[in-house]
Design a protein around this ligand. Sequence first.
Ligand SMILES: [Cu+2]
Length: 483
Amino acid sequence: MKRRELIKLAGAATLGSAATSVLAARAQNAAPMQMNGEEAPASKADVTLRIAPVTVALTPNHIISTIGYNGTSPGPVLRMREGVPVTVDVFNDTDVPEYVHWHGLHVPAEVDGAEEEQTPAVPPHGSRRYQFTPRPAGTRWYHTHTMAMDDLHRSTYTGQFGFLMVDSGHDPGNYDQEIFLALRDWEPFFTNQPMDTDEQGQFGPQPERPSVLDTRPNGLEVDSLIFSINDKVLGAGEPVRVRLGQRVLAHILNASAIENRSIALPGHKFHVLAMDGNPVPVPQSVETLMLGPGERVDAIIEMNQPGVWILGGMQDMIRNSGLGVVIEYANEHRQPQWLPPANALWDYTVFGRPGGGQPEPDHTIDMVFEKIPSGVGQFNAWLVNGKQYPHDREFVLQQGARYRLVFHNRTDDAHPLHMHRHNFELVDVNGKKTSGIMKDTVIVPFYGRATVDLVANQPGLTLFHCHIQQHMDYGFKALFRYA
Ligand SMILES: [Cu+2]
């Protein structure tokens, strides 16, 4: 663990230096199309995305090369209106086929942006037009969706991600400032000694803990030593400037390919309005947020503690290695402060209605997740119900039916499980019942269990997977079909 402590931040010395603000990723999607020899589409698109190499200045002295959208990473914040059809032209300036996945949208498989669902690829040095009707409203995101396997310069290890805001037209707008915070790690590497960051799940019940643990040596996992919020390491970008009494609406996304993250802002609470873009039944104020890769939280932060604070990762090593942003009140000029929150627990069910109350499902599907440890220098394999992908014809949905999916996590890791093209309703987490929480990604705790209800109302191939890239690549996924 010492190795992380070696990474020192530039810290306050670089505050205010030339850098992009937290809002740098604001909409900039109307750039004129450059054709570069591609065939011109018949009509102008509403949105143009260009996949190409970009540099990201994490600090003035640490500039990385990756792949991004429209010259930046994160890509532009895209804004669409719920129910209003859009045309998106995607140009791929790289040497490999690409997909743009619209995470959280209920769109047909042909445009969802996943090879497994048979969406056509955006060919290398070519383009493809996506046309769909964005729904439902809420904080969605877009990202690449290819396999990376042992190539840490591909797929979600790159900078191909951005926010996608689908507006209903009924946004009450009861806030003074809107900020977008995408949590990231960079320069991933393989190691047999990853740092375990799953604080969650080591507390509480472990209903899926096997009576005899698998003691075979673990395989290679992916780790990182440098973190950011958006494109800046903590202290390297402009602070978020606020005034006493302001209400700040924060849209927070975990765009990591590798790990769940917990964050806090000393002296302040997050009043959680929505998870994965969907309003929660019981908005609550909490001190800590935990997000798995793919998850989003929308929260109001009441600015009522004048000072200069670090909004950042709960773990000292992660935060000190860059996962954070400075929140600076007007006329306050001290060193940014961090204090650990009193309550670090994260519990989805506090935002739901207590108890169950869902209609009885038509069918229940048990899904058991296991890891086959591969040993030093090899990659672990991941099994769903004893098999690796694709589970052809195993998960077949009848349109209109209600399915209760029971996720049994028999591994020593917490997994963010994502269902494409659908939302599901949380029914219980480790036996704690809830209702009314609609999500597209759920963290199933370490040796834990979670149950969700899925209404089969989006015909077409539907990919289900762990949103940790390496787990997905090495078997942790399944394809659902409609009968
Ligand atoms: Cu996983």
